[in-house]
Ligand binder design. Structure first.
Ligand code: NCD
Length: 305
């Protein structure tokens, strides 16, 4: 039995397989409509979510399966003091697979060690978010047709942005990928990601506080929200929240082939004036997340179609 806690648990070959399955689902949805008939997905969300939870649920429904779960810690027995380990032991009796989001780093890993069914990490604190990365990867694949030879700008809250950490891990396996890390001083990429991934593998990267100066070199621009819920101090959040606002003006020097991604929710980081620009991919990215979650559920449940 296999869980998915960290994106690097999937080999590059397995990522390619998931992308191929997602492409097949997009082309032939009816082929998959009963694939998970009789199976149940439990969504255990101890932290708010729109896209991730609903796309997991939509994914399971489109596979013919069913869904149960909760969407906030307050409506689960966590509010009575139940441990994550006990919760997943119990939920293992009711569901065939679990998707869990938790504010504490490492909680889904602990859950996967206790559960009798596969556990998918749907975001753990400021740490990792592997299924968002699957959505990001399918988007990059469909927009660019490749994972190699890309200069990827990551902009915003690189410190607390778990989607950034997982995406760097995933993309650092492909040849000739370069990262441009764009953030305020206070929200720089954690040194463990730099050391354990970028430096260890000798991946080229640059750091800057200035988005406009690097715009012309980017193939992908991954914008992120400043993660308010991870700040200890509201004033600090208010000071940093609008550090980067992508506007049509700032895109003037960008490549015509640039792809703009954002895991969403967006606050102010991308002006709505960009939504109709052909380079804006963030709503397609949200849809791609559903297809990749379908592919992942099939894989972890061992369902052959
Ligand atoms: C992201 C998250 O929850 O980490 N959202 C998502 O899953 N699509 C990004 C964010 O909340 O800013």
């Amino acid at each position: 039995m296999r869980s998915l806690i960290d994106i690097l648990e999937l080999s590059a070959a397995e990522i390619a397989e998931l992308v191929a399955t997602a492409e097949d689902i997009i082309a032939n949805p009816s082929k998959y409509a009963e694939a998970c008939h009789g199976k149940k997905l439990a969504t255990l969300f101890f932290e708010p979510s729109t896209r991730t939870r609903l796309s997991f649920e939509a994914a399971m429904y489109e596979l013919g399966g069913q869904v149960l779960g909760f969407s906030e810690a307050a409506s689960s027995s966590a509010s009575k003091g139940e441990s994550v380990s006990d919760t997943v032991k119990v939920v293992s009796c009711y569901a065939d697979i679990i998707a869990m989001r938790h504010p504490k780093e490492g909680a889904p890993l602990v859950a996967s060690m206790k559960a009798d069914v596969p556990v998918i990490n749907a975001g753990d604190g400021g740490h990792n978010h592997p299924t968002q990365t699957l959505a990001d990867l399918l988007t990059i694949w469909r927009e660019k047709g490749r994972f190699e030879d890309l200069t990827i700008g990551l902009c915003g809250d690189l410190k607390f942005g778990r989607t950034v950490h997982s995406l760097i891990a995933a993309m650092s396996r492909y040849a000739r990928v370069k990262f441009v890390l764009i953030s305020p001083e206070e929200l720089k990429l954690p040194s463990y990601v730099k050391k354990d991934i970028l430096q260890k593998k000798g991946i080229p990267y640059t750091q800057t506080t200035d988005l406009e100066s690097v715009m012309p070199e980017l193939d992908v621009l991954y914008m992120t929200r400043v993660q308010r819920e991870r700040f200890f101090n509201e004033d600090e959040y208010v000071r940093l929240k609008d550090s980067y606002i992508l506007t049509p003006e700032k895109l003037k020097t960008a490549k015509a082939s640039l792809s703009i991604l954002h895991p969403l929710p967006r606050v102010n980081e991308i002006s709505v004036a960009i939504d109709d620009d052909p380079r804006a991919c963030y709503f397609k990215q949200a849809l791609n997340g559903k297809y990749m979650r379908m592919a992942l559920i099939l894989k972890l449940l061992g369902v052959e179609v």
